[in-house]
Design a protein around this ligand. Structure first.
Ligand code: AMP
Length: 449
């Protein structure tokens, strides 16, 4: 059977024009399967990870519905997403399809002021929100949800994993019963299935990757390395190609540490985790997206749903504790038509986690050979050993001091684009973006910083 075209999905002329402007030529499988039932008003469970085109699969039908019967006053569609980044990305896609049709999105997320959101909640047609902040608005009486016609739960598995169930329940209690509900999830475990059966009506189920499958095109490898070897392996892998690389670590502190070592080795690296301000996260993401940073180091929660086309290489510096996270993470690479690499580092104490992943994905991850002969591997192992043997003097403290000085000089040159929020009494976030802007298209992948 031939894949359908966008016109065959019964989208309006205006929608087809906006797709044309966005440069989308053919529907992705989730779009081909989800758009017709969504347009017909059916409830839907879509099993699809980030990178499959699921956002347009739910936004296009929403825009079609709202634009067909315009009415202002309070929002008519609500999209819930687990992280701020994902909410912002959904709203960006909504601009593409909604702007020309008079359908606007209010972004309701934490970390920024509530009052501009209050205004947007009054007169925008779609609300794109993280559950926590929307509940705050409900508590303040600044959000009305009684005219919601369509609810989207995006990355439902992650919202439940993150403990948002109480917030979701409170939000759902405020929605009209007669509504359409579209639920998207990369994996469907018991909790998601139970949630879907209590809140959706006779949903159509669509699955573009089987629950538990990993991105089919990603070349996966696992390196059995002890903790001391992880950093050297990472440096050796980075030296072996110039792919854009997303590195996941277990904790915020480890993310900071990995980023520091990579920076010292001359890599352009940004970080995303919960202790970074909204502005810092946004700049890290933008810089990674446009190639200014080659490496983005992130904790899983913060990086969830990141929409960056063409991530070449995903590295699990630490094995994910929840096997489903492996599927999510590997889904960041091999998106759309691109192929990618996924490398995971498993220390002896993480072997059980590795087995859990292999059980879930029903496939053994090929073992990679630890590149112990690579110069980068050896140099880093030696540097770390020297620093450990002699912490009071020599390599490490001097290196770190020099590094801090270099980082400070670098920040000054870049107009303090990455100045930590704690140091910033500077109020003007937009100015940071502006001062950082001119360097956006000058990817300098090596060289001194
Ligand atoms: P998503 O899975 O919704 O996060 O989408 C992943 C990326 O694919 C986004 O950057 C979209 O802009 C892009 N995309 C979605 N649908 C299409 C399509 N039909 N053709 C080309 N690119 C698309």
């Amino acid at each position: 059977m031939n894949a359908p075209t966008f016109p065959e999905l019964h989208l309006s002329e205006q929608a087809l024009r906006s797709l044309d402007r966005a440069g989308y030529e053919h529907p992705t499988p989730i779009q081909a399967q989800a758009i017709p039932p969504a347009l017909a008003g059916k409830d839907l469970v879509g099993v699809a990870a980030t990178g499959t085109g699921k956002t347009a699969a739910f936004l296009l039908p929403i825009v079609e519905r709202l634009a067909a019967r315009p009415s202002r006053g309070s929002p008519r569609a609500l999209v819930l997403a687990p992280t701020r980044e994902l909410a912002v990305q959904i709203a960006e896609q909504l601009h593409r399809f909604g702007d020309s049709r008079g359908v606007r999105g209010a972004v309701v997320i934490g970390g920024v002021g509530m009052s501009p959101q209050t205004q947007a909640l009054r007169d925008h047609e779609v609300v794109v929100a993280t559950p926590g902040r929307l509940v705050d608005h409900l508590a303040h009486g600044t959000a009305r949800l009684d005219r919601i016609e369509v609810l989207v739960l995006d990355e439902a598995d992650r919202m439940l994993d993150m403990g948002f169930k109480p917030q979701l329940t409170r939000i759902l209690a405020r929605l009209p019963r007669a509504r359409q509900t579209l639920l998207f999830s990369a994996t469907v475990g018991d909790e998601v299935a139970e949630f879907a059966s209590s809140h959706l009506r006779d949903p159509v189920r669509i699955e573009v990757t089987r629950s538990g499958t990993t991105a089919a095109r990603a070349v996966q490898q696992v390196f059995l390395a002890d903790q001391r070897e992880k950093m050297p392996v990472l440096l050796a892998l980075l030296a072996a190609d110039d792919l854009s690389t997303l590195v996941f670590t277990r904790t915020k502190r480890r993310a900071d540490k990995v980023a520091r070592v990579l920076e010292r080795a001359g890599h352009k690296v940004a970080r995303i985790h919960a202790d970074r301000s909204q502005a810092q996260r946004r700049m890290a993401l933008e810089g990674f997206r446009n190639g200014f940073y080659r490496v983005l180091v992130a904790t899983d929660i913060a990086a969830r749903g990141i929409d960056v086309a063409d991530i070449g290489h995903v590295v699990n510096f630490d094995m994910p504790h929840v096997p489903e996270d492996y599927v999510h993470r590997v889904g960041r690479t091999a998106r759309m038509a691109a192929s990618g690499r996924a490398s995971s580092f498993a220390s002896p104490e993480e072997l059980d986690l590795l087995r859990g992943i292999e059980r879930l994905t029903r496939a053994a991850i090929p073992r990679g050979e630890v590149p112990r002969e690579s110069p980068e591997f050896r140099a880093e192992l030696e540097r770390a050993a020297a620093a450990e043997a002699n912490p009071g003097a020599g390599a490490r403290p001097a290196g770190m001091n020099r590094n801090r000085r270099r980082a400070a000089a670098h920040h000054a040159r870049r107009g303090a684009a990455e100045t930590p929020a704690s140091a910033g009494s500077k109020p003007a976030t937009p100015r940071h973006v502006g001062s950082w802007g001119p360097k956006r298209h000058k990817p300098s992948r090596s060289g001194p910083r």
